[in-house]
Design a protein around this ligand. Structure first.
Ligand SMILES: [Zn+2]
Length: 294
């Protein structure tokens, strides 16, 4: 998705942490990290993350992000794009959440980190996929994840694919506000489990935002984003497909075990992103859908 070059993204919520702090990647061997990556990919985490306390809290270094001021910056640079997406998502949900009967408050923060950082959910390392941490209501991402998405998981990439990831995590924040997120914590897994319903709803919310993003404007009335192109839409579907449980299980364990699904199959994730795009956030009640239709 392309930003309008003169859109004002300076109000986007995003912080930079950990650049050149030299702190070590939090504990755990390669095996632990691989398992962890699978469970965390676009996921929500309520359990402690890798390792213990990590290496302490690096000082924030936001100076680069402070230079991200316009849509043109967001088109050029991935971190500015994150800040721009944040500005758009924030404006979208301020209006949309009340429509759904949800009292909206923004996330506490949206943190881009390098290598490792401490969070309200424990330590996160570079191997951690992007996630939303409910206790501190903060979204975390190491943007090198986007390289992983392309190289390890075969997504086609592109700006909308990147922003889909953030929009999905923003969806978890909305779910946290209305209590839906907690329904994923009943210990059940499988294609029709509450965990999967929560994830698919976040995908649907991401689609709803993407479809409406060209209507969401900055304070001067300039829409942050231009309408989605066909190619960008395909890229977003490719990203949704790449993080399906079946795709990941096939790649990592050589077989698919649906009973252990926590995020939904590739087909489910693409379908619900599409539902959001075509029908809006009001059509995202994945809990109202019969198991056979999920
Ligand atoms: Zn998720």
């Amino acid at each position: 998705m392309t930003f309008n070059p003169d859109a004002d993204i300076s109000g986007g919520k995003a912080s930079r942490r950990g650049r050149n702090t030299g702190i070590a990647v939090a504990g755990g061997g390669v095996g632990v990290i691989a398992i962890f990556l699978i469970s965390q990919l676009l996921g929500v985490d309520l359990s402690p993350l890798l390792g213990g306390g990590g290496g302490g809290q690096p000082a924030a270094s936001d100076s680069a992000l402070e230079q991200c001021l316009t849509g043109a910056d967001a088109n050029e640079n991935v971190e500015c794009r994150m800040k721009g997406a944040s500005a758009s998502l924030e404006a979208y949900w301020e209006t949309e959440a009340p429509e759904l009967g949800i009292a909206y408050n923004p996330p506490q923060d949206f943190i881009l980190f390098d290598q490792a950082t401490t969070t309200g959910c424990g330590s996160a390392s570079a191997a951690t996929g992007p996630f939303y941490c409910p206790p501190d209501q903060t979204i975390y991402i190491d943007v090198t994840f986007y390289d992983e998405l392309r190289s390890r998981f075969g997504a086609s990439g592109g700006p909308l694919a990147e922003m889909y990831v953030i929009a999905h995590e923003w969806g978890h924040h909305v779910q946290n506000l209305d209590g839906t997120l907690a329904r994923s914590q009943d210990g059940q897994t499988g294609p029709t489990s509450n965990a999967v319903r929560v994830e698919l709803q976040a995908d649907c919310y991401a689609g709803a935002w993407a479809a409406n993003a060209s209507q969401v404007a900055d304070d001067s009335g300039v829409p942050f984003l231009q309408p989605i192109t066909e190619a960008q839409y395909r890229d977003a579907l490719s990203a949704a497909s790449a993080v399906g449980d079946d795709r990941i299980q096939q790649a990592t364990q050589g077989q698919v075990t649906p009973h252990s699904f926590t995020h939904g199959s590739s087909e489910q994730r693409m379908a619900w992103f599409k539902t959001g795009v075509e029908q809006g956030a009001g059509a995202c009640d994945t809990f109202a859908v019969a198991p056979a239709d999920l």
